[in-house]
Design a protein around this ligand. Structure first.
Ligand code: SAM
Length: 312
């Protein structure tokens, strides 16, 4: 982000990063990118379509133009850049839900309590007496749907990598534990035509997973089962997947989930833990960015490779 700017300017940009983040959330919520899918439009026009105040919307659009999301044309119209295209809902690999989640109110609220997190080592939701973010009474069904859709935005990319990096051909049944709305499983099953799958997650996520499985024509090979991975995990899998699940939990609860998997695994079953594994030294390269967030949003952490191998 800082590039070659003079250090005080770079610092100013870092300090005002939330301006960009809030603006990104708003344009994602208003569906501006879809309104620009057929080409550039004037802000007055966009304001009419979104029932917003044109001069204020223009300021937001210009701020995001400065961050490379939109292009302000000579005639005052705005168009999408390559980054902005991903806010559309009708492109391959859309990222609108991801932007809605990470720039959205729930996560912004959590980050207000960063000092609490740093002083206590606890996630922000503990301040409100909540011990499990997935059972937070303030989490609405809309929040849940946004969360699942955002995970799917991120996971669609990963599913291609997982399906090509891991040889599933010796196996018959894969169980994705905490599999969200099924995006990973859908990618894996599409790449492995003789494989069957079970996606296992909480009930609301499983309703959405069933829709996705149906839409992708995989109902004959894939089942969505709802439940609680602290109580029980579906048996019979040759491969168990935990993707971005372990990082949500402290060591005790992470171990409890791993034990539940172990209980139903046969001697030849495999467990694939798919997580971001972070380097021992962080720099300002793309790989190093954004690594401090877990303590604010979750009870777990992004573990380093030795910590993961020690536990699994
Ligand atoms: C960070 S998301 C990861 C989702 C998915 N694996 C992915 O990477 O896209 C964690 C998932 O764990 C699920 N989860 C949380 N608590 C659970 C529980 N007690 N039993 C089953 N699933 C749970 C959530 O609903 C959510 O889908």
């Amino acid at each position: 982000m800082a590039g070659n700017l003079p250090p005080p300017i770079a610092l100013y940009q870092l300090a005002t990063g939330h301006y960009i983040s809030r603006s990104l959330f708003l344009v994602a919520k208003l569906g501006i990118a879809d309104l620009l899918s057929d080409g550039p439009r004037h802000c007055n026009d966009l304001a009419k379509s979104t029932e917003t105040h044109a001069p204020s919307l223009r300021r937001v659009m210009r701020l995001l133009a400065s961050a490379g999301v939109f292009l302000e044309e000579e005639n005052g119209e705005f168009s999408l850049t390559a980054i902005g295209e991903y806010l559309r809902t009708d492109v391959p690999g859309p990222q609108r839900a991801m932007a809605m989640l990470f720039a959205g109110n729930r996560i912004q609220e959590g980050w207000k309590d960063l000092e609490f997190c740093v002083r206590t080592g606890q996630p922000a939701f503990r301040l409100r007496g909540v011990t499990n973010t997935f059972e937070d009474p303030l989490r609405t069904s809309e929040d849940e749907a946004t969360f699942d859709a955002a995970m799917a935005d991120l996971t669609r990319l990963t599913s291609v990598a997982v399906a090509s990096a891991y040889d599933f051909t010796p196996f018959r049944l894969v169980v994705d534990v905490g599999g969200g709305n099924g995006s990973l499983m859908i990618g894996v099953l599409k790449a492995n035509l003789s494989l069957r799958g079970i996606v296992f997650d909480q009930p609301a996520a499983m309703e959405r997973a069933r829709e996705q499985i149906e839409q992708h024509g995989l109902a004959a090979r894939c089942t969505a089962i709802s439940g609680d991975f602290f109580k029980e995990v579906p048996a019979g899998g040759d491969v168990y997947i935990l993707k971005h699940v372990i990082h949500d939990w402290d060591d005790e609860r992470a171990a409890a989930i791993l034990k539940k998997c172990r209980e139903v695994m046969g001697p030849r079953s495999k467990l694939l833990v798919i997580e971001g594994v972070y380097p021992s030294r962080i720099d300002n390269s793309a790989e190093g960015r954004g690594r401090g967030r877990q303590r604010c949003q979750h009870a777990g952490e992004h573990r380093r490779a030795p910590a993961l191998s020690g536990r699994v």
